[in-house]
Design a protein around this ligand. Sequence first.
Ligand SMILES: Cc1cc2nc3c(=O)[nH]c(=O)nc-3n(C[C@H](O)[C@H](O)[C@H](O)COP(=O)(O)O)c2cc1C
Ligand code: SF4
Length: 369
Amino acid sequence: MNKLFAPVTLGNVTLKNPIVFAPTSVGREGLDFYEKIAAGGAALVVLPDVSVVPSMLGAASLDSMKFADYFRKVLEICHRHGCKVAAQLFHPEYDVAYIGSLYRQRDKITGDEVHRLLAENMMTYADNLTTQQADEIIEKFVVAARNAQEIGLDLIEIHGDRLVGSFSSALFNHRTDKYAPHTAFAEALVKAVRAAVPEMTLDYKLTIRTESPRLGRGGALLEEVPEFVRVLEAAGVDSFHVAIANHSNIRDTIPAFNHPDLKGEGCFTHLGRAVLSCATKPVCIVGKLQHAETMEKLLEEGFACVGMSRQLVADPYWPLKVSEGRENEILYCTYCNAKCVASIMTGQPVSCVQWGRAPKESSKEEKSS
Ligand SMILES: Cc1cc2nc3c(=O)[nH]c(=O)nc-3n(C[C@H](O)[C@H](O)[C@H](O)COP(=O)(O)O)c2cc1C
Ligand code: SF4
């Protein structure tokens, strides 16, 4: 393993190895889990979905310094193990005040109705923002980036999905103003954040969708990737994290073992290669990665980092076990999506069906069923 345990540099930050804990909602606070990930040997934790506006559900956000102590605690835990921490900055792809008011009326409106109204709002939200409101949202990213810098976070990852993904996608963006071009909002956002925190390493989660088959919704079409990469690099991003586009489409974003189009280890690698072929900045790839040999080959091919979400949920000590030649002790994710995904839906701390099993029991039964 020449590259899997060698340092890698993104912008101004050097990671002790290229192994990234991809953004993964781990439930309220998640400090204990981050401790395991950091102690387990990953070099970078990307804190998921850190909002630039107050969170409807009270999750840690960076719109103010209200959660500074929480972020400092995560940093302290991870740094103790030589693991860096990024905040994934995002803005919801719906009107937070309106959706919040629906949730507060749950005695009058059924859950199904709330979901219907949420889906309807998501379809029109980016289009309905005035140019001034869109500019103000960019300012909120700037405030959050400054807060991240003041707190001492190691990197910022701009989430190219969610609202940014709406602006990036022809399915959601029918605007006629300066934000009509699919790259325009992302470009203005990255330029503004880069100007506000010139020294900070800026990663961009470039989410990609395809039309045939239709996979993902918010984000760049595969054929738009070269233009997005060109524009974003010129605007100031230091690195890319590539995955499939989302928009409440968890089926594709977190594909299960039996997804018809996103099968097998490295299921997003074709998307990553589209970025790698035109990027001059480092590219991180994710998607059902779980074997060291596969990741070594991806690093040899030119990817700078390899991200894992579910494999590190199943076994946060994966890097340590591989580096010590203890692969036989690894608990393998079967991509069943049974517990980890269910925990996002219910707001419970992250969990996994493999926890508590002996390694040899972490079989592939779900894959073969
Ligand atoms: C429980 C869970 C929560 C996730 N939460 C986020 C998130 O908040 N933001 C994000 O960009 N991706 C999120 N993801 C997607 C992962 O970052 C990753 O792209 C995806 O799971 C594919 O990687 P994997 O096959 O290694 O799990 C989540 C995935 C899981 C399993
Ligand atoms: S619950 Fe299933 S998909 Fe989720 S991490 Fe565990 S084995 Fe993987």
